[in-house]
Design a protein around this ligand. Structure first.
Ligand code: SF4
Ligand code: SF4
Length: 378
């Protein structure tokens, strides 16, 4: 089997095809700390792409509460237990990836996986807002707090080494050369569902009406016009930014995604040990125990949280976070000039400008025009 290099796990790994990197790679950063689980992203995506027959259960974008929520149910627990022991030596992953684990299997399949049943897909919001433990009566939230939960926003990762593509016996799945977006050729697909079984994130879904597989298309008709996907522009919490990701040695630190991933190392891939080199990056939640986060985002998680805590004193990092949700256009580059963060398009034209700090107005305690006292109710 060919060997490819995966910089997320800092080593070569087995993959059924030779590396064929696209001209540029679609990516995004999601800041988990700002998400309010309003599900606007899920609904904007559903309205745009999955309102048809056979798509009733499909949420190409979903937001689930961790530690207990999952769509389909317990997708992460099941994938992790199939993978077996996961060990790191420093920043290099020394366990097996999903494809390497399959090589010792007996079913002849290229990727370790499982197919969720219909009940596992049936309740996308089961576990919503459930915390990691019991909250005692009368307690209040200080930080850190032993009881926690957080929201995980999930779309297809448009992986650089996709498990879905590796497993398709019809070669119906491909990565676009122009942007690395992973798509299913609806004419070639015969609905064998090997991709549904193999994608550990369960972001490949089967349409029982058309009898072919479907998935998030990264809103490619928008990307082609220099626009960010609907889930990003609709986000109420302004937690998302899209961009192109490069390998660490080619990083362009004026590019918002490269800056957050490679520059400040504040955004990390989800379950890098799967070995897919996924392209959606997360700023980890700062209030969650490190042990839980390490199995989820790898060994860089404590460093990422430390960097995030310094954002208020780091104008450039603050600038990228303030530019999230500031424009529907694709931000190719950004700069911080004075007190403003500025986003530019591919032609170098300014497309967004936001202040690093929004002005704070403190209203007087007594409003003499209305003759009323104002106060904050505890
Ligand atoms: S997240 Fe799943 S469906 Fe998307 S490219 Fe990766 S393996 Fe394929
Ligand atoms: S729209 Fe944004 S804030 Fe709302 S659930 Fe989605 S990611 Fe979270």
């Amino acid at each position: 089997m060919p060997k490819v290099f995966n910089w997320q796990i800092n080593r070569e790994m087995e993959y059924p095809y030779e590396a064929a990197p696209p001209k540029q790679q679609f990516a995004a950063v999601f800041d988990t700390n700002k998400c309010i689980a309003c599900q606007t992203c899920s609904m904007i995506c559903k309205n745009a792409w999955t309102s048809g027959r056979g798509q009733e259960y499909m949420l190409w974008n979903n937001v689930e509460s961790k530690p207990y929520g999952g769509y389909p149910q317990q997708w992460d627990m099941q994938a992790l237990s199939l993978l077996g022991p996961q060990t790191w030596e420093g920043n290099a992953y020394s366990g097996k990836t999903l494809i390497e684990a399959a090589m010792t299997g007996t079913d002849g399949r290229p990727v370790v996986g499982y197919t969720p049943d219909s009940m596992e897909w049936a309740n996308p919001n089961l576990g919503e807002d459930e915390a990691a433990g019991l909250i005692e009566t009368g307690t209040f939230f200080g930080m850190p707090h032993p009881v926690w939960s957080f929201y995980l926003q999930r779309v297809c990762n448009h992986c650089s080494y996709p498990a879905c593509l590796a497993s398709c016996p019809r070669k119906a799945i491909y990565k676009r050369q122009e942007d690395g977006i992973v798509l299913v050729d609806q004419e070639r697909c015969r609905g064998y569902r090997e991709c549904v079984r193999s994608c550990p994130f369960k972001k490949m879904m089967y349409n029982i009406t058309t009898r072919v597989s479907e998935k998030c298309i990264a809103c490619y008709p928008r990307v082609e016009q220099g626009l960010q996907p609907y889930c990003t522009v609709g986000c109420i919490g302004r937690i998302r930014v899209n961009g192109w990701i490069h390998a660490p040695q080619e990083a362009d630190l004026e590019n918002p995604v490269d800056f957050l991933v490679h520059g400040r190392k504040v955004a990390l891939a989800l379950y890098p040990q799967f070995g897919l080199m996924n392209n959606i990056y997360y700023v980890p939640p700062i209030h969650v125990p490190a042990g839980y986060l390490r199995q989820m985002f790898g060994p860089g998680v404590e460093r990422a949280i430390e960097a995030y805590r310094r954002a208020k004193d780091d104008p450039e990092m603050l600038g990228v976070f303030m530019l999230m949700g500031a424009t529907e256009r694709w931000i190719e580059k950004f700069r911080v000039i004075g007190d403003d963060a500025i986003g530019y398009d591919a032609k170098g034209d300014e497309i967004a400008r936001v202040p690093l700090k929004e002005p704070v107005h403190i209203r007087p305690n007594y409003d003499s025009s209305r003759l009323v006292f104002r106060h904050n109710t505890p």
